[in-house]
Write a protein that binds this ligand. Structure first.
Ligand SMILES: Cc1cc2nc3c(=O)[nH]c(=O)nc-3n(C[C@H](O)[C@H](O)[C@H](O)COP(=O)(O)OP(=O)(O)OC[C@H]3O[C@@H](n4cnc5c(N)ncnc54)[C@H](O)[C@@H]3O)c2cc1C
Length: 368
């Protein structure tokens, strides 16, 4: 860096945000031989209640990108990554820890972005500036950095869903073994999606997905007594699991559904939650990140080998068929999950019944 000018060393790719999306992209690009710079507010990714479980398809996607080894140490000896709970900060920190030297990390706040058909600038809040050929915005759900570039966020539904996370153990003596399971809402129209129960740190972690107002009395009660709120809504689950003891703080997170318009702009692409949100109940946020990263790393070498970073190159990324398919599936599931939980017509009751049947068949297959 030139101390007088505040100019940082130029990079081919500057990634704004080192959460799951930014950290994963940096890892894949750097292992492929690209020099990348990541700027993030946090030197160490803080504790954060987000994705706590990876699906087999997500793990396969990471393997296809050649980076599964970065997460391998998170699963206890002999356990599959997909069968245990993983705190979000563990995932992000593990990806960052695997970065090779080709990744330059700058802990700082990005203040604004300047883009053009050729060179781009990332301006930090302390006045320093980083030049790059391409800026990747991976700054998550809250950031408004892309708006001055003409990218407008469109909210589809505020407070679309609510996720409550807490850990429990059996309160019986001797303790009843608690199974990993997904249990769906039991009463049509009550706004209960499902609860997912999986092992984490010697207890069972519960992620409860509901379509209820986070300011409602139910949500406030759930914060005080999540087991009571869960069992009141799902008496069948109470019979299945028996009395439970809460062994962790209760975390809640409401999610807005949004997309972005005007996204094709020279010199910049958006990935992960910066591009659009998924309802957490779909379990597709990481799938979308994997699809975004896969599409981008497939195109970047050709983009960098030719002059310019115009809208034509950028448009190809958003038109990638595999990315579009995953985005579409995520949008559809975000909507369907809510309707299954809230609607009471015969059609949606049948969908709810089907979901329960699928659960029971899966549980039977596990026991066989
Ligand atoms: C409760 C909950 C449960 C979920 N469960 C699942 C699940 O089971 N499965 C699943 O696949 N997905 C799940 N998701 C979705 C998934 O967690 C998100 O899609 C994913 O975390 C998005 O990652 P990201 O990297 O895009 O954003 P983030 O992780 O938010 O990263 C953004 C980064 O940008 C940085 N940043 C922001 N602004 C600036 C700035 N101005 N300057 C510098 N840095 C900046 C931040 O510090 C942060 O590190 C869940 C989400 C929630 C909320």
């Amino acid at each position: 860096m030139g101390a007088d000018t505040g100019q940082l060393a130029a990079a081919d790719v500057a990634i704004v945000g080192g959460g799951f999306a930014g950290a994963l992209l940096a890892l894949v690009l750097a292992r492929g031989g690209e020099a990348v710079t990541v700027v993030d507010l946090h030197e160490t990714y803080p504790e954060d209640f987000r994705c706590e479980k990876l699906s087999p398809a997500q793990v396969q996607g990471m393997a296809d990108l050649g980076v599964l080894d970065a997460l391998a140490s998170l699963a206890p000896e002999g356990e599959a990554l997909t069968s245990v709970g993983l705190r979000y900060e563990w995932l992000v920190r593990a990806l960052r820890a695997a970065w090779p030297e080709a990744v330059t990390f700058i802990p700082a706040r990005v203040e604004r972005l300047e883009t053009s058909e050729d060179r781009q600038a990332v301006v930090l809040s302390d006045g320093r500036q980083l030049d790059a050929r391409l800026i990747v915005i991976a700054s998550g759900p809250m950031s408004k950095l892309a708006e001055p570039l003409g990218v407008q966020r469109r909210t589809l539904r505020k407070r679309h869903s609510l996720c409550v996370g807490f850990s429990v153990v059996s309160a019986e003596t001797p303790p009843r073994p608690l199974p990993a399971l997904a249990w769906h809402g039991e009463r049509p129209g009550d706004g209960m999606g499902f609860v997912s129960l999986f092992p984490m740190r010697g207890a069972m972690r519960a992620n409860l997905f509901a379509y209820r107002d986070p300011t409602s009395a139910w949500a406030r009660g759930g914060l005080q007594d999540p087991i009571g709120a869960l069992y009141e809504a799902m008496p069948g689950l109470k019979r299945r699991l028996g009395p439970l003891t809460l062994v962790s703080p209760v975390e809640t997170r409401a999610t807005d559904l949004y997309q972005v318009d005007g996204v094709v702009q020279p010199g910049v692409v958006l990935i992960g939650d910066a591009f659009r949100s998924s309802c957490p109940a779909t379990g597709m946020g990481v799938s979308r990140i994997v699809a975004d990263v896969t599409a981008l790393v497939g195109m970047l070498p050709a983009w960098l080998a030719t002059p310019g970073m115009g809208a034509g190159k950028i448009a190809a990324y958003y038109a990638d068929p595999a990315k579009r398919e995953v985005d579409h599936t995520s949008d559809r599931r975000s909507e369907t999950g809510r309707r299954v939980a809230l609607e009471t017509s015969l059609r949606w009751r049948a969908r709810r019944g089907l979901a329960r049947l699928k659960r029971d068949v899966t549980a039977l297959a596990r026991r066989a």
